[in-house]
Design a protein around this ligand. Structure first.
Ligand SMILES: Cc1cc2nc3c(=O)[nH]c(=O)nc-3n(C[C@H](O)[C@H](O)[C@H](O)COP(=O)(O)OP(=O)(O)OC[C@H]3O[C@@H](n4cnc5c(N)ncnc54)[C@H](O)[C@@H]3O)c2cc1C
Length: 500
């Protein structure tokens, strides 16, 4: 079995990782935060030959969260790490993306995914529960590292480097990786002061509904059975709904104008179900302009009321205030012994489902690069390489996630009509291709970002390990020769970075 075959089967140990390369100097590395990014970083850096300790603030690793996605760029890495069977067990393979109109449920945009994604990118696209995803990564990393819960980091000395825990204990390392999420304390040390997030004006209700409740209703049953990701787009908000956990739960994320006075940016803040229902009053109730398609849908038993019916089934909700942050000038402290990863350096708005993907790709790149380490003087240059490889991609993804907010939330009017016209044209083209006919429509720049093949190729075709190997071939030798003299400076933002 060659490496590619063993990745695809996902059943063998990843002894082919980094072409079998291991660091000749094992470093002591402290990873701050045991989220998805921290666990992936611990796993990859341990595979590269280093000694890893994870420090996690929470007192236990709990069953927190709801829906999250593993797009092919992540599945590719997880399967390379031997986690294919687990991923298949916990994931629902997404069949298509349906973009719907808020008022009447019309599917204006539709992009097939399913086997087409496997064929195009070689790896599947799964819908998951974050707790299951976290457990799979925990079980992969735990045998290779020391995970300490109840270990909140309260301050960082980036030059030693060391961290101080809430207990007063000081933990020293050769290298610190800040994987402490969106409210990172390590980020402040890299930025050089408190980092104030900006309110986006949006908040998101989150809820899980037992799928059996949807299966009992003729209007809602297809939402489970079709295994699509549904996005209802409306003025000032949108709702995302898809099935997870072997089709046993239905995940809802409902973006709306933030009315939480003094609301907090938190995955666990309680929301109010009555207020949530009130927010979407009027959604999916309009049957004024009955198009032919709409009429057929109604005659066939479909009705423009799925959103209202879904909301009526929500038992409880969380309300998460969405904050935005500008890309940082640098992810690395100038002393070259502290680097950030995942949400701590490039938090994303949840509009493109790429937050965990970017954190896990970061981890893969770090692991691969640090498999080259043979001397402590190489730590800073290797971090420099990490930032060079990752910065542009993560920043571009951050920006394209924000873009969906403007696309989805348009008020009804000429701009919304133009958006829907573009999406419908892309849908018609996808249906033509599904019938075996030729594509006749240019999808580049389409408002349905998933229909834009160029964008999908960039997002889903990315292989983090391959990127490192290519980069190393061109720059590796020179980097190692320069190692002792490399000085880390904050990155100057180029217009290319700004415009994505
Ligand atoms: C509890 C929770 C639930 C989530 N639920 C979802 C979800 O349902 N859907 C979704 O798409 N995304 C969810 N996310 C976010 C998602 O996991 C991240 O956006 C993405 O995976 C990037 O991962 P990360 O590792 O960078 O950050 P995170 O996954 O946020 O992990 C950061 C970790 O660092 C720990 N930490 C923070 N500060 C300190 C400190 N000072 N000392 C030590 N440890 C610290 C946190 O407790 C956490 O475990 C959730 C995150 C959290 C923390």
């Amino acid at each position: 079995m060659n490496a590619q075959q063993s990745e695809t089967a996902g059943s063998t140990q990843p002894d082919h990782l980094y072409k079998g390369r291991r660091a000749s100097l094992p470093l002591n590395i402290v990873v701050i935060g045991c989220g998805l990014g921290g666990l992936a970083a611990a796993y990859c850096l341990a595979q590269a030959g280093h000694n890893i300790t994870i420090l996690e603030a929470a007192s236990a690793i709990g069953d927190i969260g709801a829906g999250i996605q593993s797009s092919p760029n992540v599945s590719r890495l997880l399967m390379r790490w031997g986690l294919g069977p687990q991923l298949q067990e916990i994931g629902v393979k997404i069949q298509a993306l349906s973009l719907k109109r808020w008022s009447n449920d019309e599917v204006v945009g539709w992009t097939p995914l399913g086997n087409l994604i496997d064929k195009e990118y070689g790896f599947p696209f799964y819908l998951l529960h974050r707790a299951d995803f976290h457990r799979v990564l925990y079980e992969a990393a735990e045998p290779h590292c020391n995970i300490r819960v109840n270990s909140r980091v309260v301050s960082v000395d980036p030059s030693k480097p060391s961290v101080t825990l809430a207990s007063g204990e000081i933990v020293y390392a050769d290298l610190l990786i800040g994987a402490d999420g969106v409210k990172s304390v390590t980020r402040e040390h890299v930025v050089g002061g408190p980092d104030k997030p900006r309110a986006t004006g949006d908040a998101a209700y989150r809820a899980l509904i037992p799928a059996e409740k949807l299966l009992q209703d003729d209007d809602l049953r297809p939402l489970v059975e079709k295994m699509e990701s549904n996005i209802w787009m409306g003025p000032g908000g949108h709702i995302v709904g898809y099935t997870i956990r072997a089709k046993k739960e239905f995940n809802l994320v409902m973006m709306h104008p933030d009315d939480t006075e003094g609301g907090i940016e938190s995955w666990t803040a309680e929301g109010n179900v009555d207020k949530m229902i009130e927010t979407y009053k009027g959604w999916n109730t309009t049957l004024v302009t009955l198009s032919y398609t709409r009429l057929m849908l109604l005659l066939n038993g479909g009705a423009a009321r799925s959103v209202q019916k879904l909301l009526a089934l929500v038992p409880s909700t969380l309300n998460w205030r969405l904050m935005d942050r500008d890309p940082l000038p640098s992810w690395i402290h100038k002393d070259g012994k502290l680097a950030l990863l995942g949400d701590s350096c490039h938090p994303m708005l949840p509009y493109r489902a790429q937050g965990s993907a970017m954190a896990i790709e970061d981890a893969a790149v770090l692991g691969n690069l640090f498999s080259h380490c043979s001397d402590r003087s190489q730590i800073a240059p290797l971090l420099y390489a990490y930032q060079s490889i990752r910065y542009h991609r993560a920043t571009a993804t951050q920006r394209s996630s924000s873009l969906n907010r403007f696309i989805f939330h348009k008020p009804d009017g000429p701009e919304q009509e133009e958006r829907d016209r573009e999406m419908r044209a892309a849908k018609e083209d996808a249906l033509r291709v599904a019938r075996g006919e030729k594509s006749t429509y240019t999808l580049t720049g389409n408002s349905n970002q998933w229909a834009d093949k160029t964008k999908s190729d960039i997002q889903f075709g990315y292989d983090a390990d391959e990127e490192v190997e290519k980069w190393w071939l061109v720059n590796g030798k020179r980097l190692m020769a320069l190692a002792p003299s490399i000085e880390l400076k904050p990155r100057v933002m180029s217009s290319a970075n700004r415009d994505h």
